[in-house]
Design a protein around this ligand. Sequence first.
Ligand SMILES: *Cc1c(COP(=O)(O)O)cnc(C)c1O
Length: 441
Amino acid sequence: MAAMTPTNAEEFARARAAMPGGVSSPVRAFGSVQTTPRFFVSAAGPYVTDVEGREYVDLVGSWGPAILGHAHPAVVQVVQDAATRGLGFGASTPGETQLAELIRDRVVRDGVDGPIEKLRLVSTGTEATMTAIRLARGATGRDLVVKFAGHYHGHSDGLLAEAGSGVATLALPGSAGVPAAIAAQTLVLPYNDLDAIREVFAARGDEIAAVIVEASAANMGVVPPAPGFNSALADIAHAHGALLIVDEVLTGFRVGSAGWWGIDPVPFEADLLTFGKVVGGGLPLAALGGRSEIMDLLAPLGPVYQAGTLSGNPLAVAAGLATLQHLDAEAYARIDAGADTIADAASSALAAEGVTHVVQRAGNLFSIVFAGTAPRDYDEVKAQDAFRYPPFFRAMLEAGVSLPPSVFEAWFVSSSHDDAAISRILDALPAAARAAASATA
Ligand SMILES: *Cc1c(COP(=O)(O)O)cnc(C)c1O
């Protein structure tokens, strides 16, 4: 007799015995949505399939990288080709330069050169932001870093204070295991509050190496910057000799071909930008870039050390190159249109059930907030009726739609979300809205 395929619940039980929480990254445990996590075995285009053979329309997209849809044939092909030539050399390859050039040349606005002259490739967004901060400290000779509550920049020690994403989902103030002396080097401010920035710079401006900001916040749900916020931030930091690090790990190459930097209603100057997620096309790759005078402070030219055995891995570089090459204006138009349709339908379904909510947008990124007014910062985000999300999420999952398993995460549409996939989402929304309406705190 053929072996029975295990259920998601059986896989989760087995995983929990072998791995903390049964996961390799916390949000995957589905703790905040109170249901069994799905264990996926394959994916194609807008669909993912779990161990029980159930197919879901996916709006997580591997947290962004699957922007062309899962297992895009052109991306898979170049990765297969690259694999046959060797999985990695621990030495330089032409593809790394090509990817660096491609990123540099894409991050332009109105035909004017962008903020990136040179780029370093790393493997995760965490490494990119961690290195950007080390670089800013090396460049300025200062120690303090300013970050915003609810912004997520990966899991390095200094950046976990009041972080978004999984830290927000688990309602943690930060993390155990971060020495107080390190936490004290990070000043956490409310987002979208320029007075708070001015105050902290007035008091300690000559000790601040950098401000790090998500280009648009999207790890506490989507909270766009107030128009002119990023540009004022740059001006204030620069007036005090500090750098602005713009974290585009989530927004980069997603909201447009030059990231949020390219579409912010008020253009702004960034000293260092960080990328991840989309830039690796689904494989582990991330990057940081900026002006040569700053980037050349990195080893081997300069005194700021950074290295990586797997940095610039040829499979990841191939996937990143192919993904960026396929992300043309038409692909972005499809993603934007899909996001409009899904966001509008979700909002209509909730309105029809009388559920108080707003849809927060940052380009094609969006999320739903169960509140009457659009939140501008983490405190306002946390004040929403978050209890409405788990039943909404579970109803969508039951109907075959995989949403982000936390109210504090953005929804990710891909260019492969065609009419068939989108109508499955739209069909699922009314019942989910009813579930949200009848939820109790
Ligand atoms: C995901 C994310 C990171 C961390 O990237 P990892 O690859 O998960 O380490 C950093 N910054 C932002 C804005 C992110 O969304």
